[in-house]
Structures are given as C-alpha cells and as structure tokens.
Ligand binder design. Sequence first.
Ligand code: FE
Ligand code: FE
Ligand code: ZN
Length: 287
Amino acid sequence: MKIGANVSIAKTGLLKAVEESISYRADTYMIYTRSNRGGAAKPIDTFHRDEAQAIMEQSGLSDPVVHLSYLVNLASQKTDTFEYGVMILTEEIQRVSYLGFKYIVMHPGSHVGTGTAAGIKRIAEGLNAILTGEEPLSICLETMAGDGSKVGNQLEEIAEIMALVKHREKLAVCIDTCHNYSAGYDIVNDFDGFLSRFDDTIGLDKLKVAHINDSKTPFDSHKDRHANIGRGSLGVDALLRIVRHPALAQIPLILETPGGLYRHEIALLRGETEELPPDAPSNGEEE
Ligand code: FE
Ligand code: FE
Ligand code: ZN
C-alpha cells in the first residue's frame, strides 16, 4: 500500500511537503503548486526540487502527485474562462515536468448550465489544444460527486472525454471514494463491481491515483463533503477493503480529509491502530 496525504508547500516548497509527509509516516503525497484563490504562482525553481528528491529517496517517499488549481474549468463555454484554463494547465504541465512528478490530477470541469454533452466536448477541445504527446507525465481526470453542474461524475463521461482526445495516452484517471459513493456507485458493498465497470468503460490500466476520503453525506447524495476515515457514510471497514484491494496496491492513495488527522488515518488504514483519537475534531471541509 502506497499512502499519503494532501500536504502544504508553504515557504519551502517541496521541503515542507516532504517534511510534513515524513511526520505522517507516509509513502507518497499530493500538493497544489499554486493557490486555489488565484494570483501569481510561486516560481517553480524555488521549490527545492533536488534537495527534496534526495530526502524522498532516503525516506521512501515516491510517486508524488500534483492537484491542478480549482480555478481551471475547461468545460466552460465562456472564452475567457476556457482560455485561462488552457493557459494554466499548459503552465502547470511545464512546472510539474520540472519537478519530475508523473501525475497531475484535475477536475474535468463544470458545464454551468450548458449540459454534460457540451461540457465533455469542450473539455476535450481544451485538452486537444494543450497536449502535444511529448508530456513526461499523465493528466488524471478525477471522478466527481455529482454536485453542481460537474462533468465526470459517471465513468462513461470520463471515457467519452478520453475518446475525444487525440493524445489519449497522456490521460489517466483519479478516483475519489467520497465522490464515487456520493455519485451513486456503491463501493461500500461492491467495490469489485465498481472496478469491473471501470475496466469495461475506461480500462483499469488507466487507474493511476486514488483519493481516499470518507463522506459526510449518504450514498447517492450528489454532495462533496469529505469526512475523516471511519467518521462518515463509507465507514472504516469499507475503506480498509478498498485500500487493501490488489487493483490499488501500486498506485498513490491520497487522503484529503479535514482536521489534521492524517498521521492517525494513515496508521488506521495500514491496520496499525484501531481507531482515531477520541477527541479529534470531526468538522471542517476540504475538497
Ligand atoms: Fe479533487
Ligand atoms: Fe479528490
Ligand atoms: Zn471532493
């Protein structure tokens, strides 16, 4: 099992991310290289790439992931929003290539009222404008929870985007346990069934990253509210089965849960402890 969490790059870039990951006894990690509030991105040559790489090798951290800014929406029909997304993702591919990471996770987008079919076409148009086939990394489309006007809630929608992209070999998929359960996939009772539908529609070779979150809202609720492991509608037993599934053994598993419990949640999912600290907070939200 290769497990880690969404960590900070404050001040020292990857040095901070790696230090935080080591404190959780993690095997991998995820970062955002820029603020989700917008503004200029921190220059990538200030991330201490080489020093961080040396520490990662010593401490057994591998397969780190970048999550693209939420401000990118390639499903938008508005020219300025769409072009901003094309620009930011193009730039992010350069930045992440410099870091030497293999995966950028992105939300496919929100169609904002124009419909899923139009959103799918627009996302593919954006990806076709960006991808050259020379990228040393994969863009992982994240499966969504069915909230708002999101595109990519159903596996078929992800498959349709991929089918319309010329350099499909540069695309992969990131699942998210909270999102999938909220979108109506019963991964608590039948994770194997979900994986076989994934295999039929997309191909399991495209599953490269998994976000591991419990959910504050019930099955099929079409809401995106992450809960701590064992404190939501999925529950610890189901999440243990999922993280131990052979199909997920080699890929980075990333926690995006609230409340600063990552160290305990990682121990729980590894089977090293039975429960989270009793006084730990159960509120807060992260996407
Ligand atoms: Fe996400
Ligand atoms: Fe996620
Ligand atoms: Zn989410």
